[in-house]
Design a protein around this ligand. Structure first.
Ligand code: MIC
Ligand code: SF4
Length: 639
């Protein structure tokens, strides 16, 4: 039978499959600092001496603003723990995890699990690369297989080629426009068609990166001569191998995209799927432009930006800041003179890190319009509650920076001719290998690194107060906000839990604590966005025992299960019947988890039955019964 590329990689890694899930072995893992401290504390709690993967890398790219001791303490902890447990450590300043991984470590055909939702970036070089919570990554580092809901494989057939000034970002924005932020749930997007050969690896990576915004499990491109040239440019041609779907392979769904028909696009506030052509926004004043993030800060993106800026000055009313995705990119821009063009234009140079993408600086002015080459524009994520954040390509962004208003970049004249070198600058001196004598490595733990909170076994019945009633597409930024003030508390659950839902309801944490046992009610796609397990762990710490929703985003749903929070599906009509402040009684939990019997849910005051169910795999039931993944893994690893 002809196979898709996805099927081939899954088959080569399969451990177990059933109707609902497939479990695969994980070759490589990556963590970043904001999720990594927890992931390594969890790995330590599992109790192994060394990681059991082919390669594990720990990056520091999120919490790089050191306005107190917390982040620096975390960096030290991460460096020590990496050396001790057999993990490579990419130092702060070396770049954003996804970009550095693509450049220095990714291998076509391998599996990668990362504690960051944009891990699918590595799909740009034909890896099956999946984002997950820290505990899932810790478990993969311990050599355990990773389970994904049995995916539907969507064939995205690209035909023709992009017009000048239209770029890879516009392709994924077009797909988001058509399919929305819920459109990819439970699916893997596999790219094919003659348009693939017109896209470089970093362009493919822009697309697979932002496939996360579709809610997709992952996205993947074939490995071809372009992949080979990319790996050769990184001095890594030896890991290349050709990989593609078989001719005639059947996809579950097909999406066709004629690249020549796409025009410059922008995602409007406050969702990556609110996409319109830039020309519809033309003339609207822009206060701030940011170029960077794991979506759009490759050498090509920044060379184009530099060429457009050459000899010009940023508009008087607009601030432009640029964060190159990796130290390799920054060093090459410095070496070839492009950095001088950028500096001369008045752009502000930021370090090679996530920076403003995660609210670490550069918050826009009150009500400001910010044009960003990033992947998320959820409300408040920029650090300014009422900012209007638009997501675009670097081409659109630089046009806006020069003109001070939304500008279709096609109005800038001919597209600059950019030739990238065949050989990139290779300098891995900021990547520290594991220690040769791990026993001698002492791990420094600053006062901000607190022990992991624990949860006991699952109760058989619960009476819960509905602490918050929410709508559709609640993001993990809503649940557990990030930004320069809150992010440094990622290793301190006691402190960070004070901020759960703080942007929506500042009283939430104290109400939850008072209540003792609570739940949340929402509609579709609850928990979309990031992989941060803090969006489950901190609510768990506050006594949240269940989330009632019509549907859940994949990673967040797993995180809830991993921390012993019941993801309860509410049937049509139930949402309208329950109000905030109501009490619900959940019973028969043990039987529902052990024997798959129905969960019994009723309104505590009236005794009226509510149509709810718990739809989990056999493995997930076992995890929930234990009260979370950590207890479950410990028993497995010991056995
Ligand atoms: C994000 O883009 O939201 C983040 C910050 O990279 C998160 C991870 C985190 O919250 O630490 C993600 O995408 O998973
Ligand atoms: Fe970092 Fe932003 Fe990418 Fe998340 S989306 S990994 S915060 S650059």
């Amino acid at each position: 039978m002809q196979k898709t590329l996805t099927q081939k990689i899954i088959d080569a890694h399969i451990v177990d499959r059933n109707e609902k899930e497939c479990s695969i072995t994980i070759d490589q893992t990556l963590t970043q600092d904001a999720t990594g401290t927890m992931a390594y504390l969890e790995f330590e709690a599992i109790g192994l001496e060394k990681v059991r993967t082919e390669l594990s890398v720990s990056y520091v790219d999120h919490n790089t603003l050191q306005s107190g001791f917390e982040n620096a303490d975390d960096h030290r902890f991460l460096q020590d723990i990496a050396r001790k447990y057999g993990v490579y450590f990419s130092r702060p300043g070396n770049g954003i995890c996804h970009q550095v991984h693509l450049e220095r470590f990714g291998i076509p055909g391998k599996t990668l699990l990362g504690s960051d939702s944009h891990t699918p970036t590595a799909g740009g070089i034909a890896m099956l690369a999946i984002g997950a919570g820290g505990l899932d990554v810790a478990s993969a580092m311990a050599g355990m297989p990773f389970s994904i809901p049995k995916p539907k494989v969507v064939g995205v057939i690209l035909t023709s080629r992009l017009s000048p000034w239209v770029s890879a970002k516009d392709i994924i924005l077009e797909i988001l426009r058509r399919l929305t932020v819920k459109g990819g749930v439970g699916k893997i997007f596999e790219y094919a068609g003659d348009g693939v050969a017109t896209l470089s690896v970093p362009e493919r990576a822009t697309i697979t990166n932002m496939g996360a915004e579709l809610g997709a499990t992952t996205s993947i491109f074939p490995s071809d001569e372009i992949t080979r040239a990319f790996l050769a440019s990184q001095g890594r041609e030896s890991v290349w191998r050709p990989l593609a779907a078989d001719d005639g392979a059947q996809y579950d769904e097909i999406v066709e995209v004629d690249l020549s028909k796409i025009e410059p696009l922008a995602a409007c506030p406050h969702s990556p799927d609110k996409v319109v052509p830039v020309r519809e926004l033309a003339g609207k004043k822009v206060d701030q432009v940011l170029v960077g993030s794991c979506t759009n800060s490759s050498l090509k993106d920044l060379m184009m930006t530099a060429r457009v800026l050459r000899g010009k000055t940023v508009h008087t009313d607009t601030s432009l800041a640029i964060a190159p995705g990796s130290r390799q990119v920054l060093a090459m821009l410095a070496g070839n003179g492009a950095l001088a063009d950028i500096i001369s234009s008045g752009a502000r140079i930021l370090e090679s890190a996530c920076g403003p993408c995660i609210g670490m600086g550069q918050a826009p002015r009150t009500g400001g319009v910010s044009v960003r080459t990033f992947n998320r524009n959820f409300p408040g994520r920029s650090g300014t509650k009422d900012a209007q954040v638009y997501l675009t390509s670097p081409e659109v962004a630089v046009a806006c920076a020069l003109k001070g208003c939304f500008t279709d970049p096609r109005d800038l004249g001919p597209y600059p001719d950019i030739v990238l070198p065949e050989q990139f600058l290779i300098d891995d001196s900021m990547i520290i290998p594991p220690a040769e004598t791990p026993a001698s490595v002492e791990i420094a733990r600053g006062p901000n690194i607190r022990p992991l909170p624990k949860r006991g076994r699952m109760e058989d019945s619960l009476e819960l107060e509905v602490l918050l009633k929410l709508g559709d597409n609640i993001t993990t930024d809503d649940i557990m906000p990030a930004g320069a003030k809150i992010l440094p508390l990622r290793s301190n659950i006691d402190a960070i839990s004070e901020y759960v839902f703080s942007g929506i309801d500042p009283d939430f944490a104290s109400r939850a604590k008072r209540s003792g046992a609570g739940c949340i009610l929402a509609r579709e796609n609850y928990g979309q966005g990031s992989s941060r397990e803090h969006a489950a762990l901190a609510p768990m710490y506050l006594g949240i025992k269940a989330v009632f929703a019509q549907s859940f985003a994949r990673i967040h749903r797993s995180n809830l299960i991993n921390f012993g929070i019941l993801p309860v599906i509410v049937e049509e009509g139930v949402y309208d019947r329950i109000e905030q402040g109501a009490r619900v009684r959940v019973s028969n939990i043990t039987a529902a988890l052990e024997g798959g019997e129905p969960l019994e849910v009723e309104e505590a005051d009236t005794g009226e039955r509510l149509q709810c169910s718990i739809q989990v795999s056999v493995r997930e039931r076992e995890i929930l019964r234990e009260g979370g993944l950590l207890n479950y893994i410990k028993s497995q690893v010991r056995g």
